[in-house]
Design a protein around this ligand. Structure first.
Ligand SMILES: [Cu+2]
Length: 123
């Protein structure tokens, strides 16, 4: 599938940007401060997010990611933002988004190709 080559490109790009920083992909990301205008409780499993169609107002959006496997949540076009949750854990993260349509996905190898993605519409 074409998606695999896109993911490879994204991975190479991320590595290039990460440079000599730590192996944690989220280390350089500075989350917004302040209360979220919207909080989503998402369940991540093999291989889907539930729910996977989200709508929120513009501003700070919080994700609580409950995972039953090793999964993460990243958003296309939002480098550095990543919520990673190991099996049985719930991890949270915040990001400030402007109006637009976003695609979020799990960037653990192979997961997105198997369906771990969704859309977030910010109005
Ligand atoms: Cu995954």
């Amino acid at each position: 599938m074409r998606k695999r080559s896109l993911m490879t490109v994204a991975l190479v790009g991320a590595l290039a940007v990460a440079g000599c920083s730590s192996s944690s992909g989220s280390s350089a990301y500075t989350p917004p401060t302040g209360p979220p205008v919207k909080t989503f409780n998402l369940a991540a499993s093999n291989f889907a997010f539930a729910p996977n169609t989200l709508t929120a107002p513009a501003g700070i959006i919080q994700f609580n990611l409950k995972s039953d496997g090793l999964h993460d949540l990243v958003i296309e076009g939002q480098p550095g933002f990543q919520i990673e949750a190991t099996s049985g854990s719930t991890k949270s993260g915040k990001i400030k988004l402007a109006k637009g349509k976003y695609t979020f996905y799990c960037d653990v190898a192979g997961h997105r190709a198997q369906g771990m993605e969704g859309t977030l519409t910010v109005t």
